[in-house]
Design a protein around this ligand. Sequence first.
Ligand SMILES: [Zn+2]
Length: 547
Amino acid sequence: MTREPAEPLRLDYLIRAGTIHSMTGKTYRSVGLRGAEIAAASAEPDGLDDLTGHSTAVVDASDLTLLPAFADSHEHLIEASRNTLLVPVDTARSVAEFTGLVADAARDATPGKWILTSIAWHESNLAENRVPTLAELDAAAPDHPVLARRGGHFAVVNSAALRAAGVSADTPDPPGGKIGRLADGSRDGTLEGGAVYQVAAFAPGPSRAELAAALGTTSAAYGALGVGTIREAMTTLDDLAAYTDAWEQGLLQVRVRLMMRVPSEPELSTDQALALIRGLGARSGFGDDWLRIWGLKLVMDGGVEGAALKDPYANDPGNSGHLNWEPAAMTQVCAEAVRRGWRIGTHAVGDRALRTLLDVYEAVVEQTGPVPPWTLVIEHGMVSDAAQRDRAVRDGFGVTVQYPVLWNMGSEMLRTWGPERTRRVTPLDQWLAAGADLAAGTDIVQPFNPMTNVWGMVTRGTKSAGIQGPGHAISIGTALELYTMGTAALNHEQDRLGSITPGNLADLVAYPLDPLTAAPDGLAELTPAFTIVGGRATHDPDKRLAR
Ligand SMILES: [Zn+2]
């Protein structure tokens, strides 16, 4: 903090609270904000009174507990924003409702126009607990290509979409992907991994202006849940343009740290991937406090359906998932990126993917020499063994962890991975015991209450699969730390964000109870009284911060 000694500091806000957890071990009773920063903090409610002036708003929040705003280490804000512009099949509770929404959209669209759905749906929310069939989608929209992506690695489509993408009955599976087929060999409308991208390449998305506006409204919904920063886990060059528009127009209500997508074969050859990185020009760290480039994003395997596992799938003994990258090619791409000042986060869900990723990252460091912490990052590492965890720690590769994926897809994991592997998904206790650098996030592709995530990390409770692996639970304090300080370290911003410390950016969230002393079940649906990002209220329904 720098200021002219001659000019006394006058706070914009003085907030007196019941408790202020700094997350550095210190507890305060009052905090002063000036401009975008925290100017001062005191253990006494009246300890900052000398810093007030006629323009200071004094906020009595003695009934509230303040924490640093949450920083989500891995979320897809751009997809969540895009979803608001798409057919909202995530609201359907039956296959008939799902196909009804598709039929409505098709009726309103010019013939031949693609019907694109939200990717936030899941069949476990449908009464039939299955995905819509090709025939059902054909009946709903005979004249429009329909692409219903679910998450990042799976989709269902109709016949018109397959036709539009040139996928015929005898089109082979693309590398790293699968075109679903019925017993008689005809296509069933499901696409996995590379097959999703093969078809999606033909489907035009929303315009850049629509997307920028949606980033504004959707980021506000995250802010209303206490989120101050999102690390955006997959950005294309088009997405970057929309983000830049939203930033320039002041629409973003959360800070965003971008990961630029580097596709693998067959989408990009190794030479093309290298050319993409060389052509990006910027590098990790470029940007300002609101919008900054974190690094690159690579994807090693699939999600719950396509994760590369050491042992076969519980429901498919012939399948153990797929790897998208050939290790030597990936090593070459990553080493070039590190030399150019890039950080890299790689999606690796299964234990076979994680082992291969560790091989690649170790080979990269052998070429480039040692790298700072949080340069080569493991995204997810959901299924791991002790040897892999020890390797990641020894090599200094941090891990972003997303408990809400187990919360959301627990029943899917039980079916595909089996109960033993599901119980040990994302074992935060074991990662921490091994000494790992962890940063908590969601990967849920819609505004998700961070306190529900905290509740999950401390109880191992899920949406519809009961409690999974309760021994892997961690304490509330640790969960909050991974979700604030942990992500700040991941973003190389621990001197600016992640704690309530004078000189840091003023990103705060207030709750009507103290989460650190609350019973865990009181957290599951706890929502904030207000959220402040950069000294500005992004959520203040009761006008507690009104000036
Ligand atoms: Zn993700």
